[in-house]
Structures are given as C-alpha cells and as structure tokens.
Design a protein around this ligand. Structure first.
Ligand code: NAD
Length: 481
C-alpha cells in the first residue's frame, strides 16, 4: 500500500516517483510506503494553496465553519478506522487512540469551526478626536509541520485554526506516522473543502519539511517537534521575517509535596510518566518528591509501574504499546545506559521486551524508573521522550522550585499539594507555560498552550491560535470637531 500527496484536492505521486517504507512498530514489519517529496512537490502545493486563497479567504465564516464541522463529523464517523490506523502507525494502544487521539482531532475541528463564529475585533476610542478599529485578515499560505507522538491530534490542532481563519495550508505530518493525515485528506474532499485549501505533502523533514519553511510564499510556520529542529526552522524563518509558532521539547517536573493526596498523586503519576509510552511532550519525566514521603511514594509507585501491561497495542487490555520506531527505542535504551553510567539505580524496568508471535519484531520497552541521580546530569537535563522517569527528593519548597526550574526546558509542570497558598506560590514561580495542580493533562482548548525557554515560542489554543493565523491592521478615523 502506498499513501499519496494531497495537492489541489487530488491524490498525486511525488514528482521524483520515490517512496520509503513506513514500519508498524508493533511488529517491525512494513506497513505502508510514504512519498519521498522534495521542494518541487512543495512548490506545487504552495501554488495550489495560493490559487485557492482569495476565494477561501472571502468565504463567509459561517460557510467555512459548516465545512469544518462536516469534517469533524466525518472524523467521528470514521473514528474506529482512524484509531486503528493511528495505533498501527504509532504503536500506541488502540484504546488510547480511540478514546483520546481521534476524539481530540474531531474536537479540534469543531472547536475552531465554532470559535470563528464568536470573535470580536478591537476598537480603541479616542473620545472627541476619533477612534481606531482593528481588522484581522488571514495571512495567505501557511505551513503546518507536526511530530509523530500524537499524529492526527497535533496535525489537526494546527490546521484547524489555520483553515478556520481563512488561510490555505501546506502541511506535513511526521514521516514516521503519516497515515491518518492521508486518511484525513480523503475526508476533506468528502466534507467539501475546496481544492487547494489544504494540501498535504509527505516526506522527510530536512527535504519536504524544510522546503515548506524556505518557500517565500509561506507566510507563517506552525511547528511542533524537537528543540533542535525548532532552532533550524527559527533560523530560516527569521531571514524572511516569517511568523513562527514553535512547540518544542520538555523535561517536565512532577512535584509531590508531603501534604498531597498521595494515593491520587501516585495514580496520576503512573499515567503522567508512561501514557503513550512516555512519548507525550507533557509527560512528567522528573518526579520530585518531598523527603518525608519519598520512601512511601517509592513503595506504592513501583508495584503499579511493574503491573503495567506492555503488549500488542491492538489488544484491549494493553496499557503500554510499542515505542514509535527502532531508532527511537535505541535512543531511549542508550539513555538508560547513560543513567547507569551516571550513577543512577534502575529500580523498575530498564530492558527491551521481546514479545511472542507476530509482535516478536516490535519495539517494546519496560516502563523504567531510575533514582539516585543529580539534577544536573544529562539524564535529568535532556529530553528522553520514552517510558523512563527519574525520582529525586527535595527538602523544602525552595529546593523543589530550583530543581523543577533547573533545566533548559520550560514546557509544563505538575504540583501535588492540598495547601492552596503553596499551590499558587509554586505555580507562579515555575518557569513553564503550563502548570497542573493536583491533576495532569486536563485540557481546555481555550487556554494558552506552549512553553518557555527551550520549549518554544508562542502559544497555541483558543484566541492565541486565531491571532497567530491572522494579521492585525489598525484603522484610525479622525473626527472633525
Ligand atoms: P522532529 O523535530 O524530529 O520532527 C517534527 C516534524 O518536523 C516532522 O514532521 C519532521 O519531518 C519535521 N522536520 C524535521 N526536520 C525539519 C526541518 N529541517 N525543517 C522542517 N521540518 C522538519 O520531532 P519528532 O521526533 O517528530 O517529535 C518529538 C519531539 O516533538 C519531542 O521533542 C517532543 O517533545 C516534541 N513535541 C512537542 C510538543 C509541544 O506541544 N511542545 C508536542 C508534541 C511533541
């Protein structure tokens, strides 16, 4: 099976005619072939988007909204098929794809389809002498580039606000997990999205992805992925004064104070450490525990971790599926070796799992917990992005904050305490974009989403995304006395 590029409403081969294999991580077998696209494919997609732009931009918001709602409904109608493809492409448990990934992709479209029906533009009153009003217009052709960990979820999180605000899009999903984006392109035609409004080019990042960033006609780049890639994109975009939204890596702290509801904190920490095989940018990969409850936490947390069922992602009782690819599995294993060499003690997991039968070639890893490391070692400073967490103890609030803030990243943090003053004080002093208090990954799509420091630039979600994908223009009216 081959997937195709989606340009001007048609399914087309890459111009160079080359494809590469896409592997099912649960078996290690070839699943699909992916177009190996280059700048000439991107140029075709940009041309189609540019031609479609005037009409799409002038389509009334209510009509754009109706088409995107139809797309959202079609995602719901195809939920099982999309979820199975997502699970096979990414290795994530089918249950997770069915209950989280695909419903969220559906909601991304309905959220922004309805958001554009309720916007207001600013007016700045200068009294007797006049007033200003602000118009917001779509940018034109925009580029959206997404990663492999939450494939359709994050792909749609970008293209939904871009399309809703009247832009035409050239998008590239991760080359590692392109299948649901391809299936989405079929649904776009069914929903009546006009040709050229959304174009999807498949291929590698340094070729197809970079060509989207470099193309002089893409006016903005919305990117989610690694910090190193974000740096390359920021450098290219800056030369052309292109708007960028960069959602990058994380090394998030999960802070457990002695006065928390420990049972709840432990239960949620199992999820925040290992959901999606630990491959969520928001996972709490460093668990910081007050010294008074450290032993208690370890004694209760470790049995739950050891009980997690790792297995075939399509089996209904699987809690941990396969890592996304062999190179990624090798990278995560190399970090476990590094942790040992840095003096860390592996107190749960640490090994690759070989399953039987069709899954024998899959990329499975035991959920891994490591203690005894300093905050400054590489294991606690670099993003591992797998089912690996470290435990550290702290003595007081100041030390907890210093540890939490002591990495180059600033995406999110979780705080567990029943003390309201402490919760507010710690939250205000965490140098991150998102703080969860006594919960994790509770999402309201209106809130600003993104990170500080090496975790990125700009915010997605709600009005932040609508503003990113539009250009404000102030019009000043002078009144004569
Ligand atoms: P990646 O940076 O390797 O790739 C992301 C996307 O960028 C892919 O589509 C890739 O093909 C493309 N790309 C790669 N090089 C490019 C280039 N030179 N120019 C343009 N595009 C290029 O990241 P990944 O390995 O797919 O995803 C994992 C990373 O994503 C982790 O660091 C994770 O923390 C991060 N992430 C961040 C968030 C967030 O919201 N902050 C969410 C999910 C994942």
């Amino acid at each position: 099976m081959r997937i195709k590029n989606f340009i001007n409403g048609e399914f087309v081969e890459p111009i160079g005619g080359k494809y590469f294999d896409n592997i099912d991580p649960s078996t290690g077998q070839v699943f699909y072939q992916v177009p190996d696209s280059y700048s000439e494919d991107v140029a075709k997609a940009v041309e189609a988007a540019k031609n479609a732009f005037p009409q799409w931009a002038s389509t009334p918001a209510a009509k754009r909204s109706a088409i995107l709602m139809k797309l959202s409904n079609l995602i719901e109608k195809n939920l099982d098929r999309l979820a199975l493809s997502e699970s096979k492409d990414n290795g994530k448990p089918l249950k997770l794809a069915t209950t989280v990934d695909i419903p969220r992709a559906r909601d991304n479209f309905s959220f922004f389809a309805t958001a554009i029906l309720h916007t207001e533009n600013a007016m700045h009153d200068m009294g007797q002498s006049g007033f200003n009003y602000t118009l917001r217009s779509p940018l034109g052709v925009v580029g959206c580039i997404s990663p492999w960990n939450l494939p359709l979820y994050l792909f749609s999180w970008k293209i939904a606000p871009a399309l809703a605000t009247g832009n035409c899009v050239v998008a590239k999903p991760s080359e590692v997990t392109p299948v649901t984006a391809f299936l989405l392109s079929e649904l776009c035609n069914e929903a009546g999205l006009p040709p050229g409004v959304l174009n999807i080019v498949h291929g590698y990042g340094h070729t197809a992805g970079q060509a989207i960033v470099e193309h002089p006609e893409t006016k903005a780049i919305s990117f989610t992925g690694g910090t190193a890639t974000g740096k390359i994109i920021a450098g290219i975009a800056a030369q052309q004064f292109k708007k960028t939204s960069l959602e990058l890596g994380g090394k998030n702290a999960n802070i457990i104070f002695a006065d928390c509801d420990l049972e709840e904190a432990i239960k949620t920490s199992v999820k925040s450490s290992f959901a999606n095989q630990g491959q969520i940018c928001l996972c709490g990969s460093r668990i910081l525990i007050h010294e008074d409850i450290y032993q208690d936490f370890v004694e209760k947390f470790i049995p739950l971790v050891k009980n997690l069922r790792v297995g075939n992602p399509q089996a209904p009782d699987t809690q941990i599926g396969a890592l996304v690819s062999k190179p990624h599995l090798e990278k995560v294993l190399s970090y476990i070796d590094l942790a040992r060499s840095e003096g860390g003690k592996v107190i749960a997991g640490g090994n690759r799992i070989k399953l039987e039968g069709p899954q024998a070639g899959g990329f499975y890893l035991e959920p891994t917990v490591i203690e005894g490391l300093s905050n400054t070692c590489r294991t606690n400073q670099e993003e591992i992005f797998g089912p690996v967490v470290t435990l550290q103890s702290f003595r007081n609030d100041e030390e907890a904050l210093a540890l939490a803030n002591g990495t180059p990243y600033g995406l999110s943090a979780t705080v567990w305490t029943k003390n309201l003053d402490r919760a507010h004080r710690i939250a205000a002093n965490l140098d991150v974009g998102i703080v969860w208090v006594n919960c994790w990954l509770v999402r309201d799509l209106r809130t600003p989403f993104g990170g500080s420091k090496a975790s990125g630039m700009g915010r997605e979600g709600g009005i932040y995304a609508l503003n990113f994908f539009t250009e404000p223009k102030n019009i000043c009216i002078k009144l004569n006395p």
